[in-house]
Design a protein around this ligand. Structure first.
Ligand SMILES: [Zn+2]
Length: 351
């Protein structure tokens, strides 16, 4: 159970599944919809395996933008149920193998308009459908993410609470510390906590530095669990969110963000800093790959499955020194690992 886990230790989340799938050729930049869960389930399964091996304790179902408003753009509204349930099935398989949890995932619908009450029911209807199709396949809790209107976040929270599962509500802040209605983050998160959110926090848009400065204020404003899921793209004081970074005088989002990718060391430092200020759910978002997550997990003192292949720079030919490694040692290691029958050695080695 997520809440018991958070009670004991910070929980490490996964990275930016949609952005990583896009880089790997399984999501189209533009619509950013996740039909790969139907067309290329193995690709999604592999990436989620990579995140789990890197130490992610929660796998988010790959259902970002799997709602009607977005699926109609790619002509796939009729696949709504299939996409949502298949995404959870994949995440569940991997999570069970690695003792991780599955978070159902809903996000901004683009159907919500503040002050226009007729859109509230439509927003709720879209959330309800996704939640129904996802929870059918077994999710441990729900994350609502990338929401910029407090009003839409409240609707997401009500919809999740109706499912009876724990609710993590994250808001995204671009320009400043207010929701798009103009409500300060302290009041916004306090309200969500009072209405029953179990975890509140900030996700996407901003890099770790610019999310943690806001997260400290969230930590002071609420007593429930706090989450951060920053992007792994460098932002700046003048350009606090990743969609407005410029490269060669042009907006770099979404196809030329490569020079902005943060190093694994910077993401590791983020994890340490997040723990220091009392963040309970230490996740990541767009741009964060498995190598970032492993560095974060190891920075928090954990040994994870992918630590098997963590750097051993002392063994690098140029920047390290492997001259002390003897043929005999490598024979022993090989035999221990793969058995004698699979290890063939050079007859004439001196040692
Ligand atoms: Zn993101």
């Amino acid at each position: 159970m997520i809440l018991e886990k958070l009670e004991q230790n910070p929980v490490i989340g996964d990275g930016g599944t949609i952005f990583e799938l896009e880089r790997r050729g399984y999501v189209s930049a533009g619509p950013f919809t996740p039909q790969a869960v139907l067309d290329h389930p193995d690709a999604v399964r592999q990436l989620q395996t990579d995140f789990a091996r890197a130490g992610a304790e929660v796998l988010q179902a790959c259902t970002y933008y799997a709602h009607e408003e977005k699926l109609k753009v790619v002509g796939l509204t009729s696949a709504l149920k299939e996409i949502n349930s298949q995404a959870v099935k994949i995440a569940r398989q991997v999570a069970d193998q690695y003792d991780a949890l599955v978070a159902g995932n809903i996000c901004n619908t683009w159907a919500y308009e503040p002050g226009n009450a007729s859109t509230y029911a439509e927003t709720r209807r879209q959330f309800d459908k996704q939640i129904l199709y996802q929870s059918d396949q077994g999710v441990d809790f729900f994350i609502a993410e990338t929401i910029e209107y407090l009003g839409e976040a409240e609707i997401a929270l009500e919809a999740i609470r109706a499912s009876g599962l724990p609710a993590m509500i994250t808001l995204g802040f671009k320009k400043d510390d207010k929701t798009l209605e103009g409500i300060r983050l302290e009041e916004s998160f306090k309200l969500l906590e009072d209405k029953g959110a179990d975890i509140v926090g900030i996700n996407c848009f901003r890099d770790p530095e610019r999310i943690l400065s806001l997260a400290e204020r969230v930590r002071d404003a609420v007593s429930c669990f706090v989450a951060t899921q920053p992007v792994a793209y460098r932002c700046s004081h003048e350009r606090p969110y990743f969609q407005i970074q410029e490269l060669n005088g042009k907006v770099a989002f979404p196809l030329e963000l490569d020079p902005f990718v943060l190093t694994r060391k910077e993401m590791a430092d983020y994890a340490i800093e997040a723990r220091k200020i009392g963040v309970n759910y230490i996740g990541a978002c767009c741009g964060a790959g498995p190598h970032h997550i492993r560095a974060m997990a190891e920075a928090l003192g954990r040994t994870v499955p992918a630590s098997e292949y963590s750097p051993q720079l002392e063994l690098h030919t140029i920047i390290g020194d492997s001259s002390h490694i003897k043929e005999k040692d490598s024979q022993i290691l090989c035999e221990q690992r793969y058995g004698k029958a699979h290890c063939h050695f050079m007859e004439n080695s001196d040692e």
